[in-house]
Design a binder for this molecule. Structure first.
Ligand code: ADP
Ligand code: MG
Length: 151
């Protein structure tokens, strides 16, 4: 209906069950989609993105899970980053502040998933959504996307 004045960024949007299997599928489909976009399987960027998707999806299906509700994975290929978004439906549980992710306390109760995201992503953050929230992370595409080393 409306006139399209620019080509939208390529994107993948998937709804997956909030289970460990769903989290594994998120990682799997992310790697496949990236490969289709030229970020080859096994490349540094692919591995980095896969790790971030896996950590965010694991969090969505544990801390962000509401029984019976799916979570969502969205990937957007930008000019120099791939944006990863993982949305869950649980509003009342919030993520720790970035300062607490960077400098975790001594209690060591929780893992290091978000610290890994902090180290691997160019930027990351949380946005509210109704219901729930979206945790997003931008992964730099770097030179190896354009390299001729892959097929
Ligand atoms: N999607 C989420 N929803 C609610 N809380 C979250 C979510 N992701 C992370 N958190 C909170 O942040 C903490 C740190 O996450 P993370 O570093 O991945 O460690 P872990 O998952 O091993 O606890 C979690 O223990 C949880 O309290
Ligand atoms: Mg975690």
């Amino acid at each position: 209906m409306s006139t399209q004045i620019s080509t939208p960024d390529p994107e993948l949007v998937l709804r997956l069950s909030a289970t460990r299997c769903g989290a594994r599928l998120a990682r799997h489909h992310a790697v496949r989609q990236l490969h289709a976009w030229g970020v080859h399987h096994g490349s540094g960027v692919s591995d980095t993105a896969a790790t971030v998707v896996a950590e965010l999806a694991a969090n969505a299906v544990t801390h962000g899970r509401v029984p019976g509700r799916d979570f969502e994975l969205r990937l957007v290929l930008g000019a120099d980053v791939v944006r990863i978004e993982v949305s869950d439906t649980r509003s009342e549980r919030r993520l720790p502040a970035r300062e607490d992710v960077i400098a975790p306390g001594d209690d060591a109760e929780s893992g290091r998933g978000l610290l890994l995201v902090e180290m691997l992503a160019r930027a990351w953050g949380v946005a509210p959504r109704s219901p729930g929230k979206t945790v997003w992370a931008d992964i730099a595409l770097a030179a190896d996307t354009a390299s001729a080393e892959g097929r």
